[in-house]
Each structure stands twice: as C-alpha cells, then as structure tokens.
Design a protein. Structure first.
Length: 290
C-alpha cells in the first residue's frame, strides 16, 4: 500500500491515530525490522478509526522520534474494540484502537514532523477553532429545536397570565439571554477562525508572536463557546417544561454531546494561557492542544 497509490478518487474514508506527548498515554511505539517497522500499542481515543478504510497514524520509534505512516484500518494486527459508550458523541466512533505487531512497509512511512517550523503548530490551533465552531453549532441547534417546541407544544404556567408559553415574559427573557450569548459566541468563534487564516496567510514569514496572538484569540473563542454551549443546552429545559424531558424528544442529546465534547481538553488551561498572554505578553506554548 504505497502512499503514492492512495488517491482521493478511491473514495476512502480516512481517520487519524496519533501518539501525543502525554505520559499518561503511551500511545503507539514502532520498532525497526527488515524493510519496515512493527507497530504496537493502544490509543484510547481515535475518532472515526473504527469505521475508517485507512488510517494516518503516528508512533514513536526506538529513538523517541515520532513517525507518521499510512495503514489499512483492517490490516492484520489492528483491532477496534467496541468500547465507546460515553454519554455523548455516540456516533463519532471514538473508541480505542489496538496495534499488535502491525507491519508497516518503509514506503508507507511519510516521515517525521519538521522541527522549528512554527507553521506546523497551526494544526492544533485549527482543531481548537473547529471545536469552538462545533460548540456554537450545538448551542444553535438546541435553541432552534427548543424554540419550535415552545411555540407549538409548551404550556404556559398557571401564574404567568399568558395565553401561550411563547408569551410568558420570563420565557421571552430567558430565550433572549441565551440568543445573545450564542450569537456573541458565534462572532467570537468566527473571529478566531479569521485569526487562524491570517496566521496561515503569513506563510514562511509567520512569527512566534503572530502565532501566539492567533492562539490567544482562538482560546478566547474556545472558552466562551464552551461556557455558552453547556449553559444553553442545560437551560433550555427551563423554558420547555417537564413534558419535554421525555426521551422521545431527545433534547438531552444536545447537553450530552456538548458535555462530552467540551471535555476533550481542559478549557481552564486555555483561560490560563489567555490570562498570561494578556498580562505579560507571553505566547501560549505550542502543543497538541494549544
């Protein structure tokens, strides 16, 4: 399976399996053999890997160098345990993937991430910007479905004096607060995306300071989007009423998805990095998450 033969017109679904520098998760390791490598190890979370045709994976070799390679997702020695039972993101196929003496030909090794190129570190910022946009989208979806239910099904409280739930001043004010928060989060998320694009447009002229400014902007978006989606998906029930908690309506899925997604990496560290950048000008350290 040489890399040159893996073209887009094969209509293959790809997923990634990386080995981040996390001492709590050893990830994948590779040893040199004649004509290639053997890969062993386990990745706890590998979104999409269980349903992928091909994997873009990375592992550490004997020297500690990270090497990226291509492999058939059903190659001998690769196992996808059915262990994704989290409360949210249930369709993301984010369970673990196990490598047991998986043979990787030398031609399928793409290489190692270049060192000292600040542009490569924009990859992690792009992922954070995407997460912020997804959080906003979940909040928007929750509001849209909740509003439709409120208009058509919700009953006014007996003490409200309103003829319909959508005329209750407390319901109106509640929606107004959530709408304002979600729209603000959306604008900030767009601002973060624009900052990422501006950084990418610098090309080889991108500096660490410019990268740091983009990271701070995206962190701000992630912080606000996280808080907004968790608040919105929980508070909508206050304007829906007890009947809306029936499983048939599925309003809980918005909160479950948001709560699971926003735990991908601790947002408090984004706040810490943003505060440091604001107070001292110190740019966030480029990592797999910032």
């Amino acid at each position: 399976m040489a890399a040159a033969r893996m073209r887009a017109d094969h209509r293959l679904f790809w997923a990634g399996v990386s080995s981040p520098p996390n001492p709590a998760d050893a990830g994948l390791g590779m040893t040199t053999v004649d004509g290639g490598f053997l890969v062993n190890g386990r990745r706890t979370f590998a979104t999409g890997a269980a349903v992928a045709d091909r994997l873009v994976a990375s592992a550490r070799d004997e020297s500690g160098e990270i090497r990226t390679f291509l492999v058939d997702a059903r190659a001998p020695g690769i196992d996808h345990p059915d262990d994704w039972d989290n409360i949210g993101q249930r369709l993301s196929a984010s369970g673990s993937v196990v490598f047991d003496d998986v043979r990787i030909d030398a031609d399928d090794v793409l290489g190692s991430p270049p060192k000292g190129d600040v542009r490569i570190s924009l990859t992690s910022l792009a992922f954070q910007a995407i997460l912020a946009q997804i959080c906003v989208a979940i909040a928007e979806g929750a509001l849209e479905e909740a509003a439709d239910y409120t208009r058509r099904r919700a009953r006014p409280w007996l003490l409200s004096g309103a003829a319909a739930a959508a005329e209750d001043p407390y319901v109106l004010a509640g929606y107004g607060e959530l709408v304002a928060s979600v729209r603000a989060a959306g604008l900030l998320a767009d601002h973060g995306t624009a900052a990422l694009q501006d950084a990418a447009d610098q090309g080889t002229e991108l500096t660490a300071e410019q990268r740091g400014a983009a990271a701070a902007t995206i962190s701000a978006a992630k912080i606000v989007a996280t808080r907004t989606v968790n608040e919105t998906t929980a508070r909508i029930f206050e304007f829906l009423g007890a009947r809306a908690t029936a499983g048939s309506f599925g309003f809980d899925r918005f909160w479950r998805n948001a709560r699971t997604l926003t735990l991908h990496d601790p947002v408090v560290y984004k706040a810490c990095e943003l505060g440091a950048h604001y107070l001292t000008g110190e740019p966030p350290e480029p990592t797999a998450y910032s």
